[in-house]
Design a protein around this ligand. Structure first.
Ligand code: SF4
Length: 537
């Protein structure tokens, strides 16, 4: 039986209330910024030169009161809102994916445990696909089923389990917050979205809304990437969806729409719709449970109808359709990038072009030795506890200055290793393996990979960063980033090439010997040669 969830007071605006928040000039500024369509292409030049449209009456501030957005971008009809909720929830009940955190959220009776289970899933799902998260989530909940268990874990253990999920600070912050709940709040999670956001480090507006609605039944909306896409399409919002004024409007809309009796399910349904039906590139509009409420789809249908009328020689019934019938609308696509018929509903959402990632080059060295039974072992070192990839383990690495020439890179790495190990390292001893590229969210990282075989153990200055030798298996079980796993893979690939070329030259030598009918001094006879019948003298 599903547990009864306490209902927290709803902090939700009344339906169709005049929206508060940014004024129209802010919205216009956002709309005027350079935008890009999600997966779209540039608008034709001719259309970009459309004259500016007249300002909408009443769009400007009067006496400081913010004007509501134009009606076509709102949900203002209570009957429509009810119908949309009903359709979406019925679809969710039929089609929702079976996910471990959903099971916990409906079967766990303890509110703190339920909130913790949702919280972990929400943090893991930020920037990561559901399919990837499932295994991590199950392992995490098995290891730390409660906040108390997580609070007692070490950062090293957290990093080890998180390794491969990316955005490593998320795991660290989750654990810090769990410690705070245990030590400062007697293990009791805050009970509203507002308090969750205010009191827990790493919990933003979205995560707070998701925990509060799913775990406690608080009627509060959520806005994530999937919700942004669905809402922008439902209401033809073509202004920059990453700009604060538009984001505020979307929050207003999410809070207006959320179902009062099943807020958690409603929020999950909206996100599920964005993840499985209203997807970025090829949305399945025909299967969409809310298609009758979708203005983007209506617009496409209208255009198709006009096109077929034209085909039969009827006059064009739409002279020059304004996007929403309101001139200078701050939520419509900007005049510089109007609706593009070839894109259909994927005209929405749009956001400002992303900043180019920073380009960074790092020299890294796979230091290796022969361990037990001749298997290779690698020396790894721990990164500092703050900054990028905090606390993770990596091969000794050196950030390279921009534009440094290849031989200078090698010398710089040799100097770095020498200073670190206290052993003489010549640049010529480093064997170049190749380059490995890894894209972090904001960094385009190229690792120039070298290897260096070592004969004995390396005694490092205890004052330097912690380091240890690991087997390949231990390496993969350690808190290492995906980028470092790629580096090791590059080294192993090269080792494979080396051994196949050694085998190749051995085979060639063997064949030569057989052709000569004799063995070279010191060369072992092959089995075939050994068994070969002696030739007559
Ligand atoms: Fe998205 Fe299409 Fe549904 Fe509109 S009809 S919400 S565009 S899937």
């Amino acid at each position: 039986m599903a547990p009864r969830r306490p209902r927290a007071p709803a902090s939700v605006p009344a339906l169709a209330r005049p929206a508060s928040g940014p004024d129209m000039s802010q919205l216009r500024a956002a709309a005027a910024k350079g935008l890009r369509r999600s997966g779209g292409r540039a608008a034709p030049q001719q259309q970009q030169q459309q004259p500016a449209r007249q300002s909408r009456k009443g769009a400007s501030l009067r006496g400081g009161a913010p004007a509501p957005p134009p009606a076509p971008h709102l949900f203002s009809d209570p009957a429509e809102i009810e119908a949309l909720r009903g359709n979406l929830l019925a679809w969710y009940d039929r089609c929702k994916r079976d996910l471990p955190w959903r099971t916990l959220a409906t079967t766990e009776l303890d509110a703190d445990r339920r909130a913790y289970a949702v919280w972990v899933s929400e943090i893991m799902l930020q920037q990561t696909q559901v399919a990837t998260v499932i295994d991590y989530y199950n392992r995490w909940m098995q290891k730390w089923p409660t906040l108390h268990a997580l609070a007692q874990a070490s950062l090293e253990e957290v990093n080890e389990l998180w390794a491969g999920l990316g955005y490593y600070s998320r795991g660290k912050r989750l654990q810090e917050a769990a410690r705070k709940v245990v030590s400062e709040m007697a293990g009791r999670m805050p009970r509203t979205a507002e308090d969750l956001q205010k009191l827990l480090p790493g919990v933003g507006r979205y995560t707070a809304g998701a925990i509060a609605s799913i775990s406690y039944g608080q009627a509060t909306g959520v806005v994530d990437g999937n919700v942004i896409r669905v809402l922008c399409r439902l209401r033809c919002i073509g202004a920059d969806s990453s700009s604060p004024p538009v984001i505020d409007r979307l929050w207003d809309m999410a809070n207006t729409l959320v179902d009062r009796s099943r807020p958690g399910d409603f929020n999950q349904a909206l996100m599920e719709l964005g993840a499985t039906v209203c997807v970025p590139k090829a949305p399945l509009c025909g299967e969409c449970p809310v298609k009758q409420h979708c203005r983007a789809r209506r617009r496409v249908e209208k255009e198709l109808a006009f096109a077929s009328q034209k085909l039969f020689g009827k006059p064009d019934p739409v002279p020059d359709v304004e996007d929403c019938g309101v001139g200078g609308c701050p939520l419509c696509p900007p005049a510089t990038e109007p609706w593009d018929s070839s894109l259909g509903v994927t005209n929405f959402p749009r956001k400002a072009a992303k900043k180019q990632p920073r380009v960074v080059k790092t020299a890294t060295c796979v230091l290796e030795r022969r361990g037990c039974h001749g298997a290779p072992e690698y020396l790894i070192v721990q990164r500092p506890n703050s900054g990028l990839l905090a606390g993770l383990w990596e091969f000794p690495s050196l950030l390279l200055a921009q534009g440094l020439q290849e031989e200078k890179q090698q010398e710089a790495l040799a100097d770095h290793l020498q200073a670190w190990m206290g052993w003489p390292v010549a640049a010529g001893d480093l064997q170049l393996i190749g380059e490995v590229v890894h894209i972090f969210s904001h960094i385009h990282q190229t690792y120039v990979v070298y290897s260096l075989p070592l004969d004995g153990d390396v005694t490092l200055d205890p004052a330097s960063s912690p380091s240890r030798w690991v087997t390949e298996e231990e390496f993969h079980a350690s808190a290492v980033s995906t980028a470092m796993k790629k580096v090791l893979k590059a080294r192993e690939k090269q080792r494979g090439k080396e051994s196949s070329s050694v085998m190749g030259s051995k085979r060639k030598r063997g064949a030569k010997s057989q052709r000569a009918g004799s063995t070279s001094p010191g060369t072992q006879l092959s089995l075939r040669a050994f068994l070969r019948a002696p030739t007559a003298p």
